[in-house]
Design a protein around this ligand. Structure first.
Ligand code: NAD
Ligand code: AKB
Length: 320
């Protein structure tokens, strides 16, 4: 049975990954951690939780030894929009944190999962169906840390034999935790606002194309990649994974089919628009399909229906 540590576990991905890992490996075998304290009744409650700042080697080392951890899911990071506001902090957390996680993993023989992003590509990358192996010259601090992180994980695998694996996620759409300050956040916010107010003001232009993935498929991708036969993996860090190419206008139209009268207008945020314009429109995920049988379940229609059903119930419960 694996003994798992999840860093940054109170964020958008961790809030759904921790319960999925606990279902698979048992509550006691999955240690959640974050630099924020766990709010009462949240995901850490049914299993162990540790306060860990991923830039603090001692805190990571102590938790790994105390819980005899063999696998680390390293989610702690600063996302793209916040990283442009605070590039020095983004460098320190995204690079400094990853380096320390890899070092402690090397000393203790742990496997490491690190999610990269479409943000690891830049304006000179082919924009449509971006290949697995292609030009990576990002122009954002987030992208710089993501491409360097992919290379660092590859280095630890090649040089020290560490079992490092990762995916490049597009924007993730989810209904458990809100996103943490990225460029694709509109695709989550729009659902909350549509249900609450039947109106959303979007910070990206209506025609901005970006790939998206629904969180249940993202969680399945993480679980499947980490359990994949290593002999089949030619690319380790990181596999393109994706599901649907959306624009704010297309997503708004689909939501309107479920919530008649929903309206959208646009107040463009130049910083986030520039980040989005520097990223690919869509990804080619055939390497993930070939090497570990990646195959998402949801499509645009089923994702939208599921989001609206789940969020409507959640918002109604919160208002009661
Ligand atoms: P998030 O912002 O929702 O959560 C990140 C968590 O990290 C937060 O709970 C935060 O408190 C914690 N954190 C910040 N600094 C820390 C530190 N110094 N030490 C420990 N914890 C710290 O992010 P997320 O969406 O869950 O993303 C997790 C990972 O997945 C990140 O590497 C992100 O780049 C990547 N990713 C996310 C998406 C997405 O759409 N959500 C897409 C591509 C890649
Ligand atoms: C962000 O917008 O920063 C993230 C990502 C795609 O990496 N959602």
């Amino acid at each position: 049975m694996r003994k798992v540590l999840v860093t940054g576990s109170l964020g958008q991905i961790g809030s759904e990954l921790v319960p999925a890992l606990r279902k698979r490996y048992g509550d006691a075998n999955v240690v959640a951690s974050d630099v924020r304290m766990m709010p009462a009744g949240s995901i850490g409650a049914e299993g162990p939780f540790e306060y860990i700042d991923c830039t603090d080697m001692r805190q990571i080392q102590e938790a790994i030894r105390k819980h005899r951890i063999d696998t680390i899911y390293h989610l702690a990071a600063i996302l793209s929009a916040v990283a442009e506001e605070k590039p020095h902090i983004a460098w320190s957390v995204n690079m400094g944190g990853l380096y320390r996680i890899l070092e402690v993993a090397r000393q203790n023989g742990c496997a490491v999962f690190m999610p990269s992003s479409i943000g690891a590509f830049g304006p000179t990358t082919p924009r449509d169906r971006t290949p697995q192996d292609t030009i990576q010259r990002p122009t954002t601090m987030y992208g710089v840390t993501k491409v360097a992180g992919e290379l660092l994980c590859d280095y630890y695998h090649l040089r020290f034999g560490l079992d490092t694996r990762g995916v490049r996620f597009p924007g993730l759409i989810s209904n458990v935790a809100l996103p943490g300050g990225g460029t694709t956040d509109y695709a989550v916010e729009i659902f909350y606002e549509a249900i609450r107010h039947r109106h959303y003001t979007c910070f990206l232009k209506p025609e901005t194309e970006q790939d998206m993935l629904y969180m249940p498929d993202a969680i399945q991708a993480i679980l499947n990649l980490m359990e994949a036969d290593p002999a089949r993996l030619k690319h380790r860090n990181s596999f393109n994974v994706t599901n649907m190419t959306l624009t704010p206008a297309i997503l708004a139209e689909e939501i309107r089919r479920h919530i008649p009268g929903f309206t959208i207008d646009y107040e463009i945020d130049p910083v986030r628009q520039a980040i989005a314009d520097s990223w690919p429109n869509s990804l080619d995920d055939s390497a993930a399909r070939q090497e570990w049988d990646w195959s998402p379940e949801f499509d645009f229609e089923t994702m939208t229906r599921d989001m609206i059903e789940k969020l409507s119930r959640k918002i109604k419960r919160a208002e009661e």
